[in-house]
Design a binder for this molecule. Sequence first.
Ligand SMILES: Nc1ncnc2c1ncn2[C@@H]1O[C@H](COP(=O)(O)OP(=O)(O)O)[C@@H](O)[C@H]1O
Ligand SMILES: [Mg+2]
Length: 259
Amino acid sequence: MPPLLSLDHVFKSFGDPADPLHALKDISFQMRRGEFLCVVGPSGSGKSTLLRLIAGLLQPTSGVIALDGDPISGPSPRVGIVFQTSNLMPWRTVLDNIALPLELRGESKARRHQIAREYIALVALDGFEGHYPHQLSGGMQQRAAIARTLVQNPELLLLDEPFGALDALTREYLDQELLRIWRLKEMTVIMVTHAINEAVWLADRVLALSQRPGVLKADIPITLPRPRTEAMLTHPDYLTLVKTVRNHIDRPVIQKPTP
Ligand SMILES: Nc1ncnc2c1ncn2[C@@H]1O[C@H](COP(=O)(O)OP(=O)(O)O)[C@@H](O)[C@H]1O
Ligand SMILES: [Mg+2]
């Protein structure tokens, strides 16, 4: 079967072409339908840039990114993205926030509310349809943001540190929820995280990016069985994989001021 997503020698630079900032350098990998991939790397290694390129929000400086063999030329409902902050509209209820992409697509009110309610149930926010974002916890806001992306039924879901601002216990819980939704909807997922243990626990494969310019330092298959359980968090195989991924990640460098 052809890959769902393929990146072929992708480079991305920003700024003045005469003095560019190289964010990503020569990134190539492929992903099959149904895979769960995590991307880890130090801050500034180009993780968000990589997701924005795949979402069609940015164009590569050179190289090709293709979905089902077709080069990605801009944003498409086939690829959904969720960011670290939910960006829910404060004046809209949970139901109307989640229904927004359907409204923009021109669906009738009855139809969009029907679909939005399905996804509200999927992310376990039933009972909160009429609440406003400020009445929700951070974790619930992120669930709503995920539901708002999923109403478009994307084939590929991109998550940029979606639970990065939440406390560790909430994050563990939402990771479990994410795996449940991934299995149920048979989705393909790329999630960026700087938490190595989270990446290993979730993913089929972990990609490690180097310090800027980000190059692909490692592509590590996570051979742990599924379903993943909390008990695995102390299993020697899990701990070995965490150590393997950690060994591929550059330590942060503190830039000294030039005298
Ligand atoms: N729109 C932009 N314009 C200029 N520089 C950018 C832009 N987006 C990202 N960068 C730079 O590219 C590098 C990678 O950024 P980013 O992808 O956000 O890294 P990460 O998500 O891994 O922390 C950083 O040095 C950042 O400052
Ligand atoms: Mg980032």
